[in-house]
Design a protein around this ligand. Structure first.
Ligand code: DSN
Length: 434
């Protein structure tokens, strides 16, 4: 990283400055394959580090509880306008501090404590906030689980329907953290309608694929859509919520309320759950949305999937099984159910060699969530650095070599780490070496 980037910090707080430099060095000399990470641009980083961090702006544009919000109002409205153009939604709230607070706001806006929701357990690819037992969402609400088929790794929509008809949840979550296939929002919408449930898509993992048109679009089918702005959208660490304006179940569930759906969401974010919005993050979100509206970004979204499929095909050719047999998204799951070593062993060995990923359960896993039989690999970050299908073949070769030599990893790690560092010199890492 160029030392000119943070001259004040370098001078005034060399300890923090040095940690930033070391992180930058690591992120530009290793392969970042955590499926929920990517590289924010310098535009996003500069916007997030701007003086908007100073400003309090509790409320919404035009209705704040503090004075001096002329530019804050323009900024928030700009982020909303760009976001609405990007996703074609009726309403957008850009204030959630991140994805989990955004999902929390959906519960508070639509449900009563104790209500039933349908979601995929974390152990099977779902998110903490979709009703997992240790999260507020599993403590305050009752999760009715649905899950990918243990053999095919895919959701069976007939089974989802059967569960919904039996349990009659008030809300159905769709969207996962470790599911490599496309989601059928039209089928989810039919099921939700049959049981009078709100349908909420969490697109944190796949927003850019939707923008690129390589994954179905949930916006026409869902009451609410939530997302993070980081991950493959390459924005700041923040969340946003999109919704219809009118609540189709107003009479059924909220007859006493004077708010429509959009107003209920807004009121759940502020003042129910949050105080002042993080305007510096909203500035980063506005600039990330601007870039996401470009054709270059759409090409990036499509390339992420091409890269994941190339990586998957090469790993399979090298004899490495992939859960579900393939991918239609940005991620794939190495399947080690037949191996003596665990997913955790493999992810630690990969990290020693310079491939940063995470251990993960796979469908049909019999190991504990603390060990697992899988490793989740994502291609969004590598694609942000400009890697293409041929590069994925090289990445697959390193992964296969490491997985075939887990017990000798300390021997091979320095060699592979050096090869990967040399390989990385051929790419430009946004926000670091751009
Ligand atoms: N669930 C985390 C992940 O996918 O890594 C992010 O929320």
């Amino acid at each position: 990283m160029s030392v000119e980037r943070y001259p004040h910090l370098k001078n005034d707080d060399p300890e923090v400055y040095n940690l930033i430099c070391q992180q930058a060095q690591m992120e530009s000399s290793t392969l970042k394959m955590i499926a929920s990470e990517s590289y924010a641009s310098f535009d996003v980083i500069e916007a997030c580090g701007s003086i908007f961090t100073n400003k309090y702006a509790e409320g919404y544009p035009g209705a704040r509880y503090y004075e001096g919000n002329e530019y804050a109002d323009q900024l928030e409205n700009l982020a909303i306008a760009r976001g609405k153009e990007l996703f074609g939604c009726e309403h957008m709230n850009v204030q959630p501090y991140s994805g989990s607070p955004a999902n929390c706001a959906v519960y508070r806006a639509l449900l009563n404590v104790g209500d039933k929701i349908m979601g995929v357990p974390v152990s099977e690819g779902g998110h903490l906030t979709h009703g997992w037992k240790v999260s507020f969402s599993g403590k305050d609400y009752q999760q009715i689980a649905y899950r990918p088929n243990q053999t095919t790794g895919r959701l069976d929509m007939d089974e989802v329907r059967e569960i919904a008809l039996r349990e009659r949840p008030k809300l159905i979550w769709t969207g996962m953290s470790a599911y490599p296939f496309k989601l059928d929002y039209a089928a989810f919408a039919e099921i939700a309608k049959e049981v009078d449930a709100y349908l909420v898509a969490d697109i944190a993992h796949i927003n850019s694929l939707i923008i690129a048109g390589v994954h179905p679009d949930p916006v026409p089918y869902c009451d609410v859509v939530t997302s993070t702005a980081h991950k493959m959208l390459r924005g700041p660490r923040a969340g946003f919520i999109m919704s219809k304006v009118e609540d189709r179940y107003h009479q059924l569930y909220h007859a006493e309320s004077k708010w429509n759906l959009a107003q209920s969401i807004d009121r759940a974010v502020f003042p129910m759950l949050q105080g002042g919005p993080h305007l510096s993050q909203i500035a980063g979100m506005a600039t990330a949305f601007k870039y996401a509206l470009t054709d270059e970004f759409k090409a990036y979204g499509a390339q992420i999937v091409k890269n994941a499929q190339a990586l998957c095909a090469e790993l399979q050719a090298l004899g490495r099984p992939i859960a579900g047999g393939g991918t239609e998204t940005h991620l794939l799951l190495l399947d080690f159910r037949h191996e003596d070593f665990t997913g955790k062993d493999a992810s630690q060995a990969l990290a020693k060699c310079g491939i940063i990923a995470n251990f993960n359960m796979v469908p049909g896993d019999t190991r504990s969530p603390f060990k697992t039989s899988g490793v989740r690999l994502g291609t969004a970050a590598l694609t942000s650095a400009g890697m293409k299908e041929d590069d994925m073949k090289k990445v697959a070769a390193w992964i296969a070599r490491i997985c075939s030599n887990i017990e000798k990893v300390d021997e091979i790690a320095p060699v592979i780490r050096a090869e990967i560092a040399e390989f990385c010199k051929g790419f430009v890492f946004p926000g670091i070496t751009e």
